[in-house]
Design a binder for this molecule. Sequence first.
Ligand code: GLY
Length: 385
Amino acid sequence: MFNQTNIFNTNYFICKFVNNFIFIIQIQINMKSIDAGAYSIYFNELCYVELNSFLERSNFSKIFILVDTNTHNHCLPNFLANVSYSSELEIIEMEAGEFNKNIDTCTQVWHTLSELGADRKSLLINLGGGVVTDLGGFVASTFRRGISFINVPTSLLAMVDASVGGKTGVDLGSLKNQVGTIIFPVMVLIDTLFLKSISKSEIRSGLAEMLKHGLIKDAEYWRRLCGLKSLNLCDLDHLIHESVVIKNDVVKQDPNEHGERKQLNFGHTLGHAIESYFLSSENKTTLLHGEAIAVGMVLEAYLSNKTCGLTNEELSQIKKAFINLYGLIKFNNKDKNSIIELLIYDKKNSHGVIKFALIECIGKSKIDVIVNEDMIYEAFSYYDS
Ligand code: GLY
């Protein structure tokens, strides 16, 4: 298993020394596009070929690009350099961070769209991490009862999860993703060169979703991720592609999350409650989504061991992998009580019953598992031990 310091090394580039000049060559793999049914997911150079051809034939009245403060500086110049368009184009900027993923920010973006003359034939391009793609998708799906949008994820988490599958939405106070829609973008463009500008902790955050894909669907993929000593762009390109294939296969079977799609929530029932609790607690540092669901996956692996037949050996393998990569977070009794109270807001619940998506073994999941509260406290004790 790779550790925290070498997870993201500088193999992004090959440096060549020729006549005392250094040539930096960016290595990027061209990967097959993925058919998501209602839309397609394109990778790397092909993103711009497909986007430019789509813009040329679509005749949008105006194009809007939603960025946050970070992607405005670090991603937008490169994106614009690759895009050709004839419609008028406007940039809308929101503040970065989960804290701003709320209805107030949506209201500001709706107003800005309106003031800048957006109509039903306008296009919104969401250029950013999960906050921008979730919020931008929601804004687009509701403005004038819905305008077209494209997701251009710039963080690993958004590439392998948030931008794909049509979930859009915002938080309600500190409660995650309580308000939203399921609606598909017209395309998703995954250019892995954007990962150059993000931090190691954000890479780790995205990696948690990739590890989840292995745990619920593909034991061999999980083993491969765990066996990596470091990540370079070539590895990452293929791994991102594999994760998107896994997620897309699940979503295609059940886009509206009546059954099959619930398995993508492994680690998220407790993970979201932990993330919300840390977001609302003044004396806690905010956790990145992947850091919270990493804890959630260890806790829910314990529940899987008690209720679904996950072996002791696989349980300890999962715990070891996540603790090595994400470290151990301390929870006191008050924290545990508050987190467990928050479980009632989980979107998978119905009729007041909390339902978990768990795993029977690495690579095979089981949905709608009812677990009692005592077992959740035991799961925290196992995590701490
Ligand atoms: N992030 C889980 C899903 O898209 O269903």
